[in-house]
Design a protein. Sequence first.
Lengths: 224, 30
Amino acid sequence: MRVALKNNSLTLFFTVMFVGTLLGHTVAGWKAFNEKQLEHDSPTISWARYLVSSDFGEAMLENWQSEYLQFTLFILVTVWLVQRGSNESKVPEDIGLESDAKQLIGRHAQRNSPVWAKVGGWRTAIYSNSLLLVMAGIFFGSWFAQSVTGWTEYNADQQDHGEETVSWTGYLLRPDFWEKTLQNWQSEFLAVATMAIFTVYLRQRGSPESKPVGAPHNQTASSG
Amino acid sequence: MILTRILFYAYIAIAVAGIVLYVVVGLTHN
């Protein structure tokens, strides 16, 4: 059991952080929501009711979608784009999808390779892109969920102010949707570009997110 | 590897549940 916990400590640590901060978000969001309700002489709601509100769903999912977009794009573009000297990049000689031999697929698969890497055909084609497909699926799904919860919130606001409501497609053209989308995207792109370029010159001893402390600045892709 | 597999499917479930729940919440105007 102790070995299992140690072997999964990275995911478990972030699971605890995720659950803790999500709970904190629900409480803080609920209290902020009720403060606004009181300001408008509207009835307050319970915490459980707030959990299944568009107000909470939109706030949560606008952050989810941007995180998954960041990783989806990073996984995709690092197939072809490189940053010389970065730990986040592969070496320029490896640009592209790489050979079957290097990727250990088909007849180059090892005895303990995943079955779908060995069999060839459509299954190997799907498995070869499975990380990207799942991450992109979660990105588009959470972005869609942000749009429908945001649409409901937007229309509730419009009704409160005696103004006309809009269709879902109409909401997609409103600045409200794009302000909430782009404010999250810009921070993700800033962070990922920073990580790509900082790991050329900066180090963290012992971290696989960094090159070894003594690795030269022009050495690319060498976790240590 | 059992815990690893549990964590993998848990994260798939979290993503799917979060998306489906709030698509329903949004579409039913809650």
